[in-house]
Design a protein around this ligand. Structure first.
Ligand SMILES: NC(=O)c1ccc[n+]([C@@H]2O[C@H](COP(=O)([O-])OP(=O)(O)OC[C@H]3O[C@@H](n4cnc5c(N)ncnc54)[C@H](OP(=O)(O)O)[C@@H]3O)[C@@H](O)[C@H]2O)c1
Length: 296
């Protein structure tokens, strides 16, 4: 793995006219774009264009943010704002940047464009940088779910926000992070894939593991609610032990004990399941052994 040094961003930076305006356009307003837009509006940012791919999703996004003008395609007004936040899926960022760069004939100097991808660096916004915009990336290490109404909205208080890019973009990104209550960390764009893979282990992969556990319990006769009631307290306590005791202190289970017969029993059962269950179980057993330092 490439080594990298992350550092907290310093507190002093020049206030630019651009930042003082606090005008914001959002391109891509799904889970992340809506939540960030809503929070930034709450911090005094004036939201202009909110761009998605259909009138219905654009209107829904504006309702969720509580401000802005719904747009179902990229329009030149998206470039009127001092800050343009691109929160499309990663694969669309480069094409959005190309399209945005074509929308405006004059220079984009004094604009900052940030994308929200955890994996990509600011190079994805190169066409906008060539037009004079300051480009960067701004990624909260937090999960924003489809329906925040179904649960408590994700907190950004103390959340790590990876920022990277050109100097003016980094400055504004650090300011945004602080306004949102997060902890800005400046990082090298070459380290972003590793950074984002770390987040994948801690969130979507974790979900896959829990859901696999729920399916196993359902096959054993549990209702889904009972299965969740059995597994969530276990998962929560494991995380709490990990926080307090560290990986070795928190480590329990058949691999930690060296109970080989139990591991074989699990594997025999998992052979009856779709192949991914046994493959994941075996891979995780090897990873446990490697990372937590016990021989299987
Ligand atoms: N969700 C998270 O937990 C989270 C956390 C941190 C960072 N992020 C980052 O935020 C970005 C977006 O993720 P997400 O989870 O919010 O995705 P999402 O929920 O799928 O939302 C994507 C949004 O982008 C719009 N879109 C797609 N292609 C577009 C295009 N070509 N032009 C304009 N808009 C387009 C979609 O329009 P429609 O609404 O019309 O479909 C939708 O509003 C990613 O880079 C991700 O890494 C996400």
């Amino acid at each position: 793995m490439r080594s990298f040094r992350a550092r907290s961003f310093g507190t002093s930076y020049a206030t630019t006219a651009m930042v003082r305006k606090k005008t914001l356009a959002i391109v891509g307003a799904g889970r992340a774009g809506r939540e960030l837009g809503r929070r930034l509006a709450g911090c005094g940012w004036r939201v202009g264009a909110v761009v998605t791919r259909s009138p219905a999703t654009a209107r829904a996004a504006v309702r969720a943010i509580g401000a802005g003008k719904p747009c179902s395609r990229l329009v030149p007004e998206a470039l009127d704002a001092a800050l343009i936040l691109v929160a499309t899926p990663d694969d669309a960022i480069a094409s959005v940047a190309r399209e945005l760069a074509k929308l405006h004939r004059s220079s984009l100097a004094r604009r900052v464009v940030l994308h929200a991808s955890g994996a990509l660096g600011s190079e994805a916004l190169a066409p906008l940088a060539r037009r004079g915009a300051a480009v960067g990336s701004f990624h909260p290490m937090q999960t924003f779910a489809r329906s925040a109404a179904a649960s408590r909205p994700a907190s950004l208080e103390g959340i790590t926000i990876a920022i990277e890019g050109q100097r003016a973009a980094r400055r504004l990104a650090a300011r945004l992070a602080r306004e949102l209550g997060g902890l800005p960390i400046v990082m090298d764009r070459r380290s972003k894939a590793a950074y984002h893979a770390a987040g994948a282990f801690a969130s979507p992969h974790l979900l896959a593991l829990l859901e696999a556990g729920v399916c196993l319990l359902e096959s054993a006769g549990f209702h889904r609610r009972q299965a969740l009631g059995a597994l969530l307290p276990l998962a929560r306590q494991t995380l709490e032990n990990y926080r307090q005791l560290g990986p070795r202190g928190a480590w329990t289970g058949p691999v930690a004990r060296g109970d080989q017969a139990t591991i074989r029993l699990h594997e025999r059962e998992l052979k009856k399941w779709p192949a991914e269950y046994l493959a994941a179980y075996r891979a995780l057993t090897r990873l446990q052994t490697k990372l937590l330092g016990m021989r299987k």
